[in-house]
Design a protein around this ligand. Structure first.
Ligand code: ADP
Length: 202
């Protein structure tokens, strides 16, 4: 098994890359997605959140109101720790399950937006950074994702710089061009990952 950490600043095209790697056969583990799954209606995670923060954090349809919960926990470290103590072990457990289910020769890609920020590079055999200029990212976020410009700028500023991210990269996927260019680049990267997996095993 090769553990690949995939990261990139917001709007860099990380999700596009992750989807292409999945199409090639990677087992993609998306911690943000799992963090949403472990608090879906009917889960013990959601029941504990309601117990801790009250039924006010639920929407009428019984799903978690993330904005409401966010307002509660981001103003209070102790509450944030309480929420993390509910969510993190459940995410860890699910990640473990997915890892155990993956075949021995799997290429497991961990989609980790804040890999550089949280100093997690050493957890992976290989770190791939998707890189695009701040201008390109800003354009994608405002034009394609409908974000307000000042929100997009604030999100970009709140994350690691491109330089900091590139420092921890084993492989860089430059995503400044068209999606067709990405279609051409991903198979090269896939071949490179396979090569590293096969030489590591031998
Ligand atoms: P991230 O996951 O890094 O935040 P996404 O993969 O969601 O970024 O990409 C942000 C937006 O830009 C999406 O709408 C995506 O389809 C688009 N996008 C990404 N790469 C390209 C590209 N090379 N050309 C055109 N659009 C792109």
């Amino acid at each position: 098994m090769v553990k690949v950490g995939l990261t990139g600043g917001i709007g860099s095209g990380k999700s596009e890359v992750s989807r292409r790697l999945s199409d090639r056969g990677a087992v993609v583990i998306d911690a943000d997605k799992i963090a949403r799954e472990v608090v879906e209606p009917g889960t013990s995670g959601l029941a504990l959140i309601v117990e801790a923060f009250g039924p006010g954090v639920l929407r009428e349809d019984g799903t978690l109101n993330r904005e409401k919960l966010g307002q509660i926990v981001f103003a209070d470290q102790e509450k944030l720790a309480r929420l993390n103590a509910i969510v993190h072990p459940r995410v860890g457990e699910r990640v473990g399950e997915l890892q155990r289910a993956a075949p021995d020769d799997a290429i497991v890609v961990y989609d980790v937006p804040l890999l550089a920020e949280n100093g997690l590079a050493s957890m992976y055999d290989l770190v791939i950074v998707v890189d695009a200029s701040d201008g390109t990212r800003l354009d994608r976020l405002t034009r394609l994702r409908g974000m307000a410009e000042e929100d997009a700028v604030a999100r970009i500023k709140a994350q690691a710089t491109r330089e900091d991210r590139l420092k921890i990269a084993d492989i860089v996927i430059e995503n400044e061009g068209a999606l067709d260019d990405l279609d051409a680049r991903v198979p090269e990267v896939w071949a490179e990952i396979q090569k590293r997996r096969d030489t590591a095993v031998a």
